[in-house]
Design a protein around this ligand. Structure first.
Ligand SMILES: Cc1cc2nc3c(=O)[nH]c(=O)nc-3n(C[C@H](O)[C@H](O)[C@H](O)COP(=O)(O)OP(=O)(O)OC[C@H]3O[C@@H](n4cnc5c(N)ncnc54)[C@H](O)[C@@H]3O)c2cc1C
Length: 384
């Protein structure tokens, strides 16, 4: 892949920049971080503006409602929106970054037509119902059960750590449809309507004071068989597609944001005299090199995905592993620059520092990514 903009890409970049300058000026003020219904409305409103301007689902295939743009254009879009300070995906992250791409790759034409346009138009929010109290890293041990009853599955069980469940319309849900099969073979991927009778959402509060997570309880919930993505008991394979998107491309936009924060840290350090500290300068320099390398790895992963049917490969685990640790180092450095102010939750970067702790756990812990890299990239023998 050629990393320099072609004349068409430069023109695309300039047009996007001009549109962003106008569009961002019309955005309402950001809602309070704890007001999830208001955040949902804000995030959906921005998504609708992108849709109306022709920037929604840029890199999604045309037959999935997207624009079929090249990976380079998609990355230009991410760079320019972040540089301009535009909102990121917010409450739309599961729909746009992994449920949507999974349905685009694995859904029937009817399923694509039903679920993808509302995600792109900013009308429906998705959440992810994978983890359970006893099934996190070992996801294949999940126990939420589904029985077939005519044209529906009847689902009972519970999910945990379901981000944005409270404001979601749909849930990408993993259920066990064959308890007698080997555990990876008895799982099915369903789209669950969060309004269905029998669904109860109980919010969880994090150490940062946010209630973005919930437990979801399912009591004999009927899910139409037509909402099954992939074949019955083939859900593990579909799940690997979802996780490939989640690890491979879902964090891409954030790398640009981290590079921006790094610049802000350098400016803050210069302003308050900390710049004279050689160890701080060394740290900032190393992080700068690190995020530049992560951006190049992103470009490589995204362009590789394009040559392998659009689904990111195992390079996503390499990226996710290194990115999540680099993000923590970035915000630890921010705390060093802030000094005692790093205890003030109202200061910039302080909440980001707290939430950075979750990055080495979400979407598969670092230990799990290391296992994957060891086995699938380095070809080492499987651990016991
Ligand atoms: C911010 C955030 C958002 C999340 N959002 C969602 C969501 O929307 N939907 C959802 O379904 N889930 C979500 N999760 C849950 C997430 O997927 C799980 O937390 C994660 O998979 C780890 O599972 P666990 O918490 O049960 O930890 P455990 O699996 O119990 O792991 C505990 C520790 O043991 C280690 N460990 C476990 N197995 C191995 C092994 N084989 N080899 C080496 N070490 C091992 C782990 O690395 C970890 O350090 C979210 C988590 C976070 C932090």
């Amino acid at each position: 892949m050629d990393l320099a903009d072609s004349p068409e890409e430069a023109e695309f970049r300039a047009r996007l920049r001009a549109w962003l300058a106008k569009a961002l000026a019309t955005l309402p003020p950001k809602p309070s971080p704890d007001d999830w219904p208001a955040r949902r409305a804000y995030d959906l409103g921005w998504q609708r503006m992108l849709y109306d301007a022709g920037y929604a689902g840029l890199h999604w295939p045309v037959d999935a409602g997207g624009r079929g743009a090249s990976p380079t254009r998609h990355l230009i879009f991410l760079e320019e929106t972040e540089k301009a300070g535009a909102p990121y995906v917010g409450a739309n992250f599961v729909g746009l970054l992994h449920a949507g791409p999974t349905i685009a790759a694995e859904g029937t034409p009817g399923q694509r037509a039903r679920w993808l346009p509302p995600v792109l138009r900013g009308e429906e929010v998705w959440c992810q119902g994978f983890s359970e109290p006893d099934a996190g890293s070992d996801l294949a041990s999940l126990r939420t059960r589904a029985w077939r009853d005519g044209d529906a599955y009847v689902v009972s069980g519970s999910k945990i750590w379901t981000s944005h469940a409270e404001v979601a319309d749909w849930c990408e849900l993993l259920v066990r449809t064959d308890p007698d099969a080997p555990r990876h073979r008895g799982i099915t991927w369903l789209a669950l309507s969060m309004d269905a009778p029998g669904v109860t959402v109980r919010p969880l509060r994090t150490l940062a004071g946010s209630n973005e997570f919930a437990e979801v309880f399912l009591d004999e919930v009927r899910v139409p068989v037509a909402n099954r993505v992939g074949a019955e008991n083939d859900g593990w394979r579909v799940t690997m597609v979802t996780l490939s998107f989640e690890r491979g491309t879902a964090f891409v936009g954030e790398v640009v944001a981290c590079r921006r924060v790094l610049g802000e840290l350098a400016r803050e350090a210069r302003a308050d005299g900390r710049w004279d500290d050689p160890s701080l300068r060394r740290r900032l320099g190393r992080l700068n090199a690190e995020f530049r390398a992560l951006w190049r790895l992103t470009q490589w992963n995204v362009s590789e995905a394009e040559t392998t049917g659009g689904v990111p490969g195992v390079g996503g685990s390499v990226f996710k592993l290194r990115y999540s640790h680099a993000r923590q180092e970035l915000y630890d450095t921010a705390a060093e620059v802030l000094g005692a102010d790093c205890l003030d939750l109202g200061r910039p970067w302080v909440l980001d520092r707290l939430s950075s702790l979750s990055y080495t756990i979400a979407a598969g812990t670092s230990q799990i990514q290391r296992n994957i890299v060891a086995e699938r990239v380095l070809g080492l023998p499987k651990g016991r």
